[in-house]
Each structure stands twice: as C-alpha cells, then as structure tokens.
Design a protein around this ligand. Structure first.
Ligand code: SF4
Length: 402
C-alpha cells in the first residue's frame, strides 16, 4: 500500500480530525480540576523539595504529563463534548495510565477489546467516532476504520508522526529502517506499518549482533529466529542490511538510541568507507524533547542523596520503565508503582521490579530520617503523584507515632 498517499487522502476527508473542536478552554478547566495538584505546585515552587516529619521528598525537575499526552487527553475530552450522542471508541489505551483510562470509560468511551491476540473491531459501526491514541495506530487500522465510515479523531503526538515521516523517507530511498523500540509496543507497531523493509532492535546488545552480522556475516536462520516478529515480511539479512536508516520509539532511552545510531554509522563506515557512507546510512533526530527532559531530570536526581526512589507510571509505560532503569543503574533501591493504592498499610509496597511480575516488599521505607526521590512517566497526572507522596507521609509518619 502507498501509505503516504493513503495518509494524505485521509487527512483531506471530512471524517478525519486531528485538531480539537474549539472547546479547549472548558476542557482545560476540567482537566486542571481532575489532574492537577496544589501540593505538587507547592513542591515545584519550593525548589522541588518538601519535608514532612521524617520524610523529605525530592522531585525530579521534569516529570509527569508531557505536552503530547496532555494534548491527546484534551482532544478525547473535547471529542466527548462535540459528539454527545455518538458511540465513541478508542483503539487502545489513550495513554498508559490507569486513572486516565478509567476516567474515559466513565465518560462512556469504549476501548476496543483484544480477542485471541487481535483487536475486535466488529463492535465499531458506520457513523461511530473512533479516537486514535497519542502513540498512534497502524495504517491498517486507520484504513479499516475509514472503510467502515467512522469519524476518526487522531490524537497521535506530532513527535510520533515525525518518526513516521522518517521511515517514509527511508522507504522512498530503499533504505531498511532500523527501529530502536519494543516490537510489540503500539507505537512501534504503528511506526513499522509505515516502514518498507524494517528491523526492530530492542537495545544496544541486539544492535551489536546486527552490526557483527553486517561486518562478518553469520547464520541467517539464527538471525531470523532471534528477530522473529521484529522484522518486515521476507526480510533477508544478507540483502537488507546494506542501506540503513535509524528511527526510534519516542520513549526509548535517549542515550541508547544515540549509541545505536552511532554504532550503525561506524559499522557502515568501516564496511564501505567514509566517502560511501552517505549511500549507506541515513539518520534524523527524532528523540522527543519530553522524553529527553524527563530522563535528564532523572539523571540529576540520582546524583542526589536519595535513600529510596519511587517511579510512578503505568506498568506498560515504556518511558516510565526507562526512568526506573536509570535508578537501577545507579544502584538506588527503586520501586515502580502505578498508583498510591500500591502503598499498603504496615510499611509494605506492591511494585513491579524491572522485567519481573508485581511483588510485595515489606519494610520498604527505611527507619529514621529519609529522603525519597520521586518521578513519574509522561502519562502520569500530578494528582497521582500527589496521592503517592501523601501516602508516603502517612505511612512513614504513622510508624513514628506507633
Ligand atoms: S512522550 Fe514525547 S512522543 Fe510521547 S506523547 Fe509525550 S511528547 Fe509525544
């Protein structure tokens, strides 16, 4: 399919909307009430620190809702206002935050269910309104919804669209797109649907494996097995690793995306020589500012004297997981939770260690005076961060009174 031509024609359709509907002021008022927090505002004004009893909270200087998420949620609220009678669906969680998704359900926005590993669009009928989330939707989904005669409200973050434009450029020039991301993540699924030939690499280790193959060749079967589900149909490592462009899932670790880009660049330079590099390598800067700012703020926070780190965000939120990785790398004890409900009575916490299932930890808040570092992913409202901080104060300061 000519994905670029399809997108262009979709954008001209009267049934396609990618801007709000003129209810911004009203919606912003509602969102401020539902998601903003006066405590967090006070902490920001107090140089990102706050002490109560035995606990000092140190907040990262950039955290929580990013511009793209705020925009997507506002557009979803506006859609409800603008289409009060119509059935409204969303192709996925609007963002990776349980409280925001629950709020949309309360507003009667239906989520397309996944049945036996695929989304069940049979519930969607002509005339229904369908919202595409901040991390986008695959071109096949867009086409299906368009063919069904739905009204599409596209909240895809412009940073994500920028990546799609990059892979379109790779495709136009017959370059293979190397996508740094998680091949199952909705954003990467969407990005790869716009790519021609592509390969998704998760991390530097996988990128190194691909670069070794480029330099020295290797076992093709092993290669294809290793990247099963992470490449385009018919991908052939002997033919498709000669001209490469690098793209990324916007929420990956910025430093790792940069290292991966450099690794492919130097590998192709070694293989073909510096004068030929432009014929073999293409790269555009598509790291989103918000991801970068939050990761930089976390890198500063882990340099402070922090006893315990709490990282707040959906368990399936990629950018939140990367914030936790930064803490782990610094050997700071770190707990990834998705809401204040995970902080249980009796100094216990239910949390998700990196790459493991949720578990419960006792005595998680150390004795005596402590400093707790706090940050949150780009999909987490300030209200949730406030609730977590309040639970920490309650839990810790209650133990002093016992
Ligand atoms: S993290 Fe970046 S790419 Fe993702 S929604 Fe926010 S601003 Fe957009």
């Amino acid at each position: 399919m000519d994905t670029k031509a399809f997108k262009r024609s979709l954008q001209k359709s009267d049934n396609y909307h990618r801007k709000g509907f003129g209810h911004e002021t009203e919606v912003m008022g509602t969102m401020n009430t539902e998601y903003q927090s006066s405590l967090i505002q006070k902490i920001r004004e107090n140089n990102y620190q706050w002490q109560e009893g035995n606990v000092t909270i140190k907040l990262a200087e950039a955290f929580g809702f990013c511009w793209g998420v705020e925009r997507a949620v506002a557009m979803a609220y506006e859609t409800r206002q603008h289409f009060p009678q119509e059935k409204i669906w969303i192709t996925n969680e609007i963002i990776h935050n349980p409280s925001v998704n629950q709020r949309l359900q309360e507003m009667n926005v239906g989520f397309i269910e996944v049945v036996n590993g695929s989304k069940d669009f049979s519930v969607v009928e002509a005339g229904d309104v369908v919202i595409l989330p901040a991390f986008g939707a695959s071109v096949t989904e867009m086409q299906l919804l368009n063919d069904k005669g739905c009204t599409i409200v596209d909240t895809t973050c412009p940073w994500v669209s920028k990546v799609w434009n990059s892979v379109e450029k790779h495709k136009k020039k017959d370059y293979t797109s190397i996508i740094h991301g998680k091949y199952r993540h909705e954003e990467t699924v969407a990005t790869s649907s716009f790519a021609g030939t592509y390969l998704v690499v998760l991390n530097l280790k996988e990128a190194q494996y691909v670069c070794d193959y480029i330099m020295n060749g290797g076992n093709k079967e092993e290669f294809l097995d290793k990247f099963k589900n992470a490449h385009s149909e018919g991908f052939d490592p002997d033919q498709d690793l000669i001209r490469l462009g690098v793209a990324n899932q916007t929420t990956m670790l910025k430093s790792e995306t940069e290292q991966i880009g450099k690794l492919f660049e130097t590998t192709l330079m070694k293989k073909y020589g510096p004068t030929e590099l432009n014929q073999h390598f293409m790269s555009f800067n598509t790291i989103c500012d918000a991801t970068q700012e939050r990761q930089d703020a976390m890198l500063n926070l882990v340099e402070e004297d922090v006893d315990v780190m709490v990282v707040i965000g959906g368990f399936n939120s990629s950018n939140t997981t990367h914030l936790q990785e930064i803490s782990i790398e610094k050997e700071i004890i770190s707990y990834h939770i998705d809401s204040e409900k995970r902080i249980l009575l009796g100094n216990q916490i239910e949390h998700k260690p990196l790459d493991k299932e949720i578990e419960t930890q006792g005595n998680w808040l150390p004795e005596g005076q402590i400093v707790v570092g706090v940050t949150s992913g780009a999909s987490t409202p300030d209200k949730v961060v406030e609730a977590v901080i309040e639970r920490i104060f309650e839990e810790k300061n209650a133990s002093v009174l016992v």
